[in-house]
Ligand binder design. Sequence first.
Ligand SMILES: O=C(O)CCC(=O)C(=O)O
Ligand SMILES: [Fe+2]
Length: 387
Amino acid sequence: MSCRVESSFKMAKMAASMLEHGEDAFRKLFKFYKRRNPPPDFSEVIDFSKGSKHEKVFSTELSPAAVGENEARKAGLQPVREWKAFGLKGYPGFIFISNPFLPGSQQYWVKQCLKVYLQKPNVCNLDMHMTAAETENIWEKSTQLMRSKGSGKREPKTLLEKLRWVTLGYHYNWDTKMYSAEHHTPFPADLHSVSKHVAAACGFPSFTAEAGILNYYHSDSSLGIHVDESELDHTQPLLSFSFGQSAVFLLGGTKREDPATAMFMHSGDIMVMSGHSRLLYHAVPRIVPAPAAAPLPPCLLQGPERSAPEDSLVRRVKEEDWEVCTRYMRTSRVNMTVRQVLGLGQAFPSGETRIQTLSAFSKDSAEGGENINSKKRKSSSDGYGES
Ligand SMILES: O=C(O)CCC(=O)C(=O)O
Ligand SMILES: [Fe+2]
């Protein structure tokens, strides 16, 4: 029996045992990949960095003419004609772009996530139980402590290490699961620009980045099964950018219990959920840290080939800042999801409609019933369901 057949056999056995135990396919797969002891077999996880070898994966054409080469370069992206984009059979509207970043530009986005986007007026998990003065200058306070710290595990965690999420633009309310006109601050121009280019290349030229959720994962973090449906316009895609350690991402169906497909997200990868795939359940059961001997992927260590032109949005990261970023990223993954909230000319509904929308969402959360499913609620203070 070949390895491949053997693992299909294992999967079939796993599927049969799921039915026996009355647990749905997605939750079972989530637990399978989250398991620590013994660690799971990752051989069934699709790896887009290996191209379209997997039976479910096919190469897909994007629209190179939608983004000028110069515009792409300014946002730290290769020309669109160079991007390696894939689709997944059975998931129309799902597009996976395998690291389209120019050498050195991933470093810029990592630095923005760790040093810039967490600053006010943006909102982060630490704001939920700390004063405004305490959450000011998170980067400066953390780097000071990191420099004076030894390697002892007992030392207090820096604020940066306690950071779990940041919201941008229309700030997602984890309790009501809604956005509102009142809770809005300007969306970062650089992230707006890179998002606009990615969406345009994927056939969504009118996409406007209005809300962002940044998730900060450590080796034992996971993100529960959920669907992102709070945005009012679902005709626009959801974009997801990953940096640092790799993750196993599970893409399910329109119902929480539908079976899911597992795939790796590596540093620099971008995922676009549009059309039918915009409202599919998904989760991140596991971060897969690189071996200790080479903790950071080469594409993240790579500096820029030449210094950025004057008009570039993506600037070279100062050495002293990058030193802190590498320390953090050795065991972490940062993910940025970017969403359009309102359709063209659309406004937030009146109070009455809002209550109706809210009750539709509460039904969804009531079905969950387990910790890992309450991502949005748990995140209001502590982040994800970590083991
Ligand atoms: O970290 C990821 O890859 C997924 C993040 C996500 O699904 C979310 O923020 O809604
Ligand atoms: Fe999501």
